[in-house]
Design a protein around this ligand. Structure first.
Ligand code: ZN
Ligand code: ZN
Length: 281
């Protein structure tokens, strides 16, 4: 079975995130190891790392992914790229220290410039960061995006192009975000649409490279290129793909992470929906 979980807050210490996830009954979790809206995420102290690892061992959480800073743009101008490379490198190092085997990354934005050259920058910067962190075993998962603004990575094909350009580095993978893919125009609301997506992942990147799923419904219309998260079943997607994914044996031990709104006990409710759907499929 895939590992069901949620993005949880690390307020009060990273170990607190584990406690929160465990209290929710999560089998997997996603965290920010540092404030995602700041550049200067420093190193971790031994105390922080130990407390996190200890909390994890005594919890039911089996796998953790970290989400890198929203400021990172490896496809941006030179100054942005320099800071982004450094920030991603530190994120990988912190994650490795914590025993986290994957970091989720937004592929970046051309900011209105030429998309092909933006992709070229992303590829060159990823090469640099992967080389600089080859003493770790933490991989980078490129997230599928909704295509808002000038973001790169709104199709599986485009992510495959980037991974191929990096010679199928074993530390590269994909984080498939159903809300984003729907926003980008994919018909993921039906069983057939979900199956087409999985086939496309299998064909273009290989299912073993799908290191994480992000799930939430989308407030917008299909193809509106909007990144607006909604509770499961309350947006344009409906419940169908979430139910199939929750029990899909092809994603055995893959984290399936809720990114639904937190208000009104959102995580409790959405996890309950997933467990129920898993039972029915
Ligand atoms: Zn993300
Ligand atoms: Zn999103």
């Amino acid at each position: 079975m895939p590992l069901l979980g949620a993005h949880v807050s690390a307020a009060g210490g990273l170990y607190r995130a584990v406690e929160r996830a465990d209290a929710l009954g999560c089998e997997a979790m996603q965290i920010f190891t540092r404030n995602p809206l700041q550049w200067h995420g420093g190193a971790l102290s031994d105390g922080e790392t130990d407390a996190f690892r200890r909390a994890l061992l005594s919890s039911g959480v089996k796998r953790v992914v970290s989400h890198s800073s929203y400021l990172i743009n490896l496809a941006g101008d030179d100054e942005a790229r320099r800071r982004s490379e450094e920030a991603l490198k530190r994120e990988i190092e912190r994650s490795y220290q914590l025993g986290i085997d994957a970091v989720v990354l937004h592929p970046g934005s051309s900011k209105g410039g030429d998309a092909a050259s933006a992709r070229g920058k992303l590829i060159a910067s990823l090469r640099k960061v992967l080389d600089a962190t080859d003493n770790t075993r933490t991989s980078v998962l490129l997230e599928t995006m909704a295509g808002q603004g000038y973001t790169l990575g709104s199709s599986v094909d485009e992510l495959a192009f980037v991974i191929e350009a990096l010679d199928w580095d074993t530390r590269l993978g994909v984080c498939a975000d159903l809300c984003h893919l729907f926003g980008a125009g994919l018909d993921v609301g039906t069983a057939a649409g979900y199956e087409r997506l999985v086939s496309s992942l299998e064909k273009h990147v290989g299912l073993e490279r799908v290191g994480c799923w992000h799930i939430s419904d989308n407030k917008g219309e299909r193809g509106a290129r909007l990144d607006r998260h909604e509770h499961l079943g309350e947006g344009g997607i409906g419940l169908v793909p979430f139910g199939i994914l929750a029990a899909d044996p092809r994603f055995e031990t893959t984290p399936v992470i809720l990114e639904t709104p937190k208000k009104d006990a959102g995580d409790e409710r959405n996890l309950a929906i997933l467990r129920k759907l898993r039972g029915y499929m």
